[in-house]
Design a protein around this ligand. Structure first.
Ligand SMILES: *[C@@H]1O[C@H](CO)[C@@H](O)[C@H](O)[C@H]1NC(C)=O
Ligand SMILES: *[C@@H]1O[C@H](CO)[C@@H](O)[C@H](O)[C@H]1NC(C)=O
Ligand SMILES: *[C@@H]1O[C@H](CO)[C@@H](O)[C@H](O)[C@H]1NC(C)=O
Ligand SMILES: *[C@@H]1O[C@H](CO)[C@@H](O)[C@H](O)[C@H]1NC(C)=O
Ligand SMILES: *[C@@H]1O[C@H](CO)[C@@H](O)[C@H](O)[C@H]1NC(C)=O
Ligand SMILES: *[C@@H]1O[C@H](CO)[C@@H](O)[C@H](O)[C@H]1NC(C)=O
Ligand SMILES: *[C@@H]1O[C@H](CO)[C@@H](O)[C@H](O)[C@H]1NC(C)=O
Ligand SMILES: *[C@@H]1O[C@H](CO)[C@@H](O)[C@H](O)[C@H]1NC(C)=O
Ligand SMILES: *[C@@H]1O[C@H](CO)[C@@H](O)[C@H](O)[C@H]1NC(C)=O
Length: 373
């Protein structure tokens, strides 16, 4: 009897604790949940991992400003309704493959302001390719991470991605074909990086791009190769401001291209030279006309070079003639000298020959050794 009562008590305690925990599980500690707004926010709460027990109704999930350093497939179990996920301002350094796979409705993923050093190949895979927006602004630990990133773009089936923000990442170059699997991409932000050139195949696969932001990079000019790349994006509006454009002769093709493509370059007339100092603040479009002088100058330089070659040829020919003439004047002396030399050679040769015969005659050598003895 007593045992039964004790067992009942235990059972009710157990039930109570289960109830209490399931009530607490309806909103994780240190988070704010709003079922009506389908929103859960865990903002600046010193969290080190993704909290457990995020409710299934969640559509907008903000876990920002915490100390989360690693995320993986177990981080987001059963959150099939989440469409917007922000993990910005954490310390995330590693994203494992299939981390977001279970977020079947995910459309917008914000990983800005993190320190991604290791990005696994299928890091951004979402089951039914629902991802539309990916924010990786200031998210890469250093420039080396871009290689991992290129691999993950290839393997994460991001064919539906429409917006990609890669600004503020100190990128020095972009691996060839890095975006070639992002075939639906419309907006690409590359502003505030350190890109110095646009190489062949950098933008291949992006025929549908509508906006490309390259402001605040390190482009001094855009040579033919880069212009071809930009021309491979026929429908894209281009933002090119705040680059250190250098207005020397080499800028001419770029300036002419700018004039031709003005229609799709935002604020083309506000693009200015940064170098050399005497050209600072000169409109790049105007630099196109100044370069006419460039052309003439280089043609003039060519002419000068050709003239100097002709002159050098004449001088060398003249010297050669004088040499031959001197030889001709001295022909008797030279003949005599050649005969002298021939005689001298003959004497020397005969001397050697004689000595060789003596050395190789066994009698002579025997005699000499006998005499020594
Ligand atoms: C996701 O939302 C749908 C519709 O609102 C709901 O029926 C379903 O239970 C939700 N999923 C979870 C895991 O709560
Ligand atoms: C993703 O696929 C599941 C079925 O697998 C479907 O219920 C869901 O609506 C799809 N989500 C989107 C955004 O297409
Ligand atoms: C969710 O993301 C979409 C972009 O995909 C955006 O338009 C919308 O405002 C976001 N909603 C919230 C609550 O952040
Ligand atoms: C990406 O995140 C940064 C910083 O959080 C924000 O300033 C920027 O507007 C976001 N990009 C897009 C395309 O929403
Ligand atoms: C980036 O960081 C990794 C890990 O600390 C390091 O091995 C690598 O050399 C760094 N790369 C650059 C370009 O600084
Ligand atoms: C450019 O990015 C760096 C970090 O990479 C940041 O410190 C700086 O404030 C950014 N500049 C602008 C104008 O956004
Ligand atoms: C870029 O492509 C052009 C022609 O398509 C080719 O002549 C050039 O060598 C290529 N440059 C590089 C670095 O591969
Ligand atoms: C260039 O223009 C900026 C702003 O328009 C101005 O502050 C700066 O003094 C100008 N520099 C020169 C050399 O004209
Ligand atoms: C731009 O090109 C047009 C011809 O298409 C030419 O008349 C004009 O002078 C050019 N402008 C500059 C600034 O080079």
């Amino acid at each position: 009897m007593l045992d039964l009562r004790r067992a009942l008590l235990l059972l009710s305690l157990l039930l109570l604790s289960l109830l209490c925990c399931s009530v607490r599980a309806s909103c994780p500690a240190r988070c704010e949940c709003s079922e009506a707004a389908h929103t859960v926010k865990c903002v600046s709460k010193d969290l080190r991992t993704i909290p457990i027990g995020i409710p299934g109704y969640t559509r907008n999930l903000f876990i920002t400003g915490n100390q989360i350093s690693r995320i993986g497939p177990s981080s987001f179990r059963g959150l099939e309704n989440v469409t917007n996920l922000s993990l910005s301002n954490n310390r995330i350094s590693e994203v494992e493959s299939h981390t977001f796979t279970e977020l079947r409705s995910l459309r917008s993923l914000d990983l800005s302001n993190n320190q991604l050093a290791v990005i696994h190949p299928e890091a951004f895979t979402v089951s039914n390719q629902s991802l539309r927006e990916l924010n990786l602004s200031r998210a890469l630990y250093n420039h080396s991470s871009v290689t991992d990133l290129a691999t993950s773009f290839r393997w994460s089936s991001l064919a539906s991605l429409q917006g990609l923000d890669l600004s503020d990442n100190n990128l020095i170059f972009l691996p060839s074909r890095i975006f070639s699997h992002l075939t639906s991409l419309r907006r690409l932000q590359l502003s505030n990086n350190s890109l110095v050139a646009l190489h062949n195949s950098t933008f291949s696969g992006l025929e549908g791009l509508e906006e490309l932001d390259l402001t605040l990079n390190s482009l001094k000019t855009v040579p033919e190769e880069g212009l071809r790349e930009l021309d491979s994006l026929p429908d894209a509006t281009l933002l090119l401001g705040e680059n250190p454009f250098t207005c020397t002769c080499g800028i001419e093709p770029f300036a002419m291209w700018l004039n031709r493509s003005q229609g799709r370059i935002r604020n083309a007339e506000s693009l200015v030279c940064s170098f050399p100092p005497n050209m600072r603040n000169t409109s790049l479009l105007a630099a196109g006309t100044l370069t006419l002088g460039c052309h003439q100058r280089s043609a003039g330089a060519d002419l000068a070079l050709q003239t100097s070659y002709v002159f050098l040829g004449i001088v060398l020919g003249f010297i050669g003639l004088i040499f031959l003439f001197v030889l001709y004047l001295n022909r008797k002396g030279i003949k005599k000298r050649i005969y002298d030399m021939r005689d001298a050679c003959r004497e020397v040769w005969e001397g050697y020959h004689y000595r060789f015969e003596i050395d190789s005659d066994p009698r002579v050598s025997q005699i000499s050794t006998g005499a020594d003895a």
